[in-house]
Design a protein around this ligand. Structure first.
Ligand code: HEC
Length: 441
């Protein structure tokens, strides 16, 4: 009897000293897929130590205003030794200096198991290329480097009850990299011809005009190709916003490692060009070599709004910084972008002015977008943190997270009762979750 008691106490001590990196009272991860396929192994063992502030990152030697492509390649270079293609999947080395976010593995756009991809906006016809259709899916996985992941370590120190300060602040030298894949046909998106194929456990096609989500149980293994790679950097030289965002496209014919060696810089921005109502963009850059490849036709004259930065998968009404600058929880009532703007409105100066003045302000790192509407937390350009809060609170609401309600769900008003719901009947849950759009609109 006595010996057994000692064992129990020792087990408790051991248990409390090592931090769980996932929430134990949550059992509905979309990564599990009923054990149908193997699960990607990405790191969530967030580092507690930040980089020595004297460490030099390779991009710090490069002026992003005058050498945007070189700057972008220097940032991407820090990821190159960490990721490769193996067995039709994007994988890490196991010791890669890149970490994923908690709580993106729930709901209809929740992480699929094979590569940990979340479901993104389905591009409109002619977004990806002059001839692309609108029945395609985009799925993505994003990572933070060590300084950024240390912030995730603070936020998710208690994974079932994360702590969100009034304003999240990522340290200088935080970088994030995000890989976006599509099932679009290389016959229509010709720059993808010859691209390596990847397997992911995703929704059936078509999805373009259907409901925002499909029940996770209709997912199956399908073929994707890498389309776009996004980067973001917290850079002290960006006096406009504190951040620099840019993107690459995978452009054939295949060469080298067929992963990084095929990535061509598309666009970069450090500011939103507030008050600029024409195409005279000064706080960003778009690669002129891609005219006619990723932009330059009637439906997509530019990458982002009036020449601001964006990638092929992105909505031309927005820019990287306009969408990410709106990161806060809860979201502002106007959302992340002005989706009602019509491309035909580009010729209407009043409509252009209203759109620019609303969406293309320079929000400083840590500042709250639409600050007249109170928020529980300003999220410093991290839309993954925003999605994580929403999904965790939905899991609590639908009974897939048990126990006390996470504090942030009450502070945001997403779910106000002190204890998470008992499990909700499956068909009701599926109906409710299907109302939740995929994050990147
Ligand atoms: C219309 C909104 C929107 C636009 C435009 C947009 N993003 Fe995002 N982005 C999101 C959302 C939502 C997420 C989080 C969910 C996810 O990862 O699927 C995200 C995630 C990311 C991440 C992962 C880090 C994080 O916490 O947010 C990076 C890096 C990123 N985007 C870079 C870019 C770049 C670079 C561009 C422009 C080329 C861009 N994004 C344009 C909505 C947008």
């Amino acid at each position: 009897m006595r010996a057994a008691g000692v064992v129990v106490i020792l087990a408790m001590i051991a248990g409390s000293s090592c931090r769980a990196d996932e929430c134990a009272s949550f059992s509905a991860s979309t990564m599990k897929a009923n054990g149908a396929v193997a699960m990607a192994k990405w790191r969530t063992d967030y580092p507690s130590m930040r980089l020595n502030p004297n460490d030099q990152q390779p991009w710090e030697a490069i002026n992003f205003r005058t050498k945007p492509a070189d700057y972008m390649n220097a940032v991407l270079g820090t990821a190159k030794s960490s990721f490769k293609i193996a067995d039709r999947k994007l994988v890490g080395t196991g010791q890669e200096e890149w970490w994923i976010s908690q709580w993106l593995d729930y709901g209809f756009s929740g992480r699929e198991p094979l590569m940990g991809l979340t479901k993104e906006r389905s591009p409109d016809a002619k977004d990806l290329s002059k001839t692309s259709g609108d029945k395609y899916q985009v799925w993505a996985v994003g990572f933070y480097n060590r300084p950024g992941a240390a912030v995730f370590g603070d936020v998710f120190a208690e994974p079932c009850d994360p702590s969100f300060p009034v304003a999240i602040k990522f340290p200088f030298d935080t970088a994030s990299v995000k890989f976006l894949f599509t099932d679009a046909s290389p016959d229509e998106v010709t720059y993808l011809q010859g691209a390596p194929e990847y397997d992911a456990f995703i929704d059936p096609v078509p999805t373009g005009s259907g409901p925002p989500g499909h029940p996770a149980n209709t997912r199956s293994i399908r073929t994707l190709r890498l389309l776009q790679v996004d980067i973001s950097v917290r850079d002290r030289r960006s006096t406009e916003t504190g951040w620099v965002f840019g993107t690459f496209v995978w452009r054939g014919p295949p060469t080298g490692d067929k992963l990084f060696d095929n990535l061509v810089p598309v666009s970069l921005q450090w500011g939103n060009d507030p008050g600029v109502y024409n195409n005279a963009i000064r706080e960003g850059w778009t690669n002129p070599d891609l005219l006619g490849v990723t932009y330059g036709w009637d439906e997509r004259p530019t990458m982002g709004f009036n020449g601001r930065a964006n990638g092929p998968a992105d909505n031309i009404r927005s820019s990287c910084l306009s969408c990410h600058g709106a990161a806060r929880t809860p979201r502002a009532s106007i959302g992340l972008l002005g989706s009602s703007f019509k491309i035909a409105d580009l010729t209407d100066p009043m409509k252009v002015k209203a759109h620019v003045d609303t969406w293309f302000q320079n929000i400083k790192a840590g500042q709250l977008f639409q600050s007249f509407e109170p928020a529980a937390s300003a999220l410093d350009y991290s839309l993954q943190l925003e999605a994580a809060v929403v999904r965790m609170c939905q899991a609590c609401q639908f009974g897939d997270l048990r126990g006390p309600t996470p504090k942030v769900c009450r502070a945001t008003g997403f779910y106000n009762r002190p204890v998470c719901n008992a499990p909700v009947e499956t068909s009701l849950r599926e109906r409710l979750l299907s109302l939740v759009p995929p994050p990147r609109q």
